[in-house]
Design a protein around this ligand. Structure first.
Ligand code: HEC
Length: 117
């Protein structure tokens, strides 16, 4: 079976174990790592919000939990990246451009599906 070596890749692409429509934390953690953790990591995180682990995101910072599982519209993290007004746009305008549409879509789907591990 020549396709066998491709199985792990296919599995990643369809996020096995997260349900058929689910997006898992592992699918979005790279977005945080590349765009957010420089300011929201272990060392003096901005607004006391850590985005380097699922626990940090669920605990949240100054304004409370960064996501409300299942409710993207009430999640300040989603509002921050979509610039919809609940909190300052993230990443901050002066530091980096807004996330691309694919990342925004993925983050929204992850929260909407319950912000699962
Ligand atoms: C260059 C540094 C920097 C980067 C990169 C950055 N942030 Fe922030 N973040 C801040 C600062 C500064 C604040 C406080 C802003 C304020 O209070 O107006 C903040 C606040 C927040 C808050 C509000 C937290 C609270 O409890 O009030 C959220 C949510 C947030 N950031 C999410 C993100 C996300 C998601 C990313 C990546 C897409 C990101 N940030 C990237 C600097 C950064």
């Amino acid at each position: 079976m020549r396709l066998l070596p491709l199985l792990p890749l296919l599995c990643l692409l369809c996020s096995c174990g997260a349900g058929s429509t689910g997006v898992s934390y592992t699918s979005v953690s790279g977005i945080f790592k590349s765009n957010c953790v420089s300011c929201h990591g272990a060392k003096e995180p901005e607004s006391e919000l850590r985005l380097d682990s699922l626990g940090g995101i669920l605990t949240g910072g100054k304004s409370g939990p960064a996501v409300v599982p299942g409710d993207a519209d009430s999640s300040i993290l989603i509002s921050a990246v979509e610039d919809s007004g609940l909190v300052t746009r993230m990443p901050p305008e002066d530091d980096a451009p807004a996330l691309d549409a694919a990342s925004l879509g993925l983050l929204r789907r992850w929260v909407q599906a319950g912000a699962k591990p």
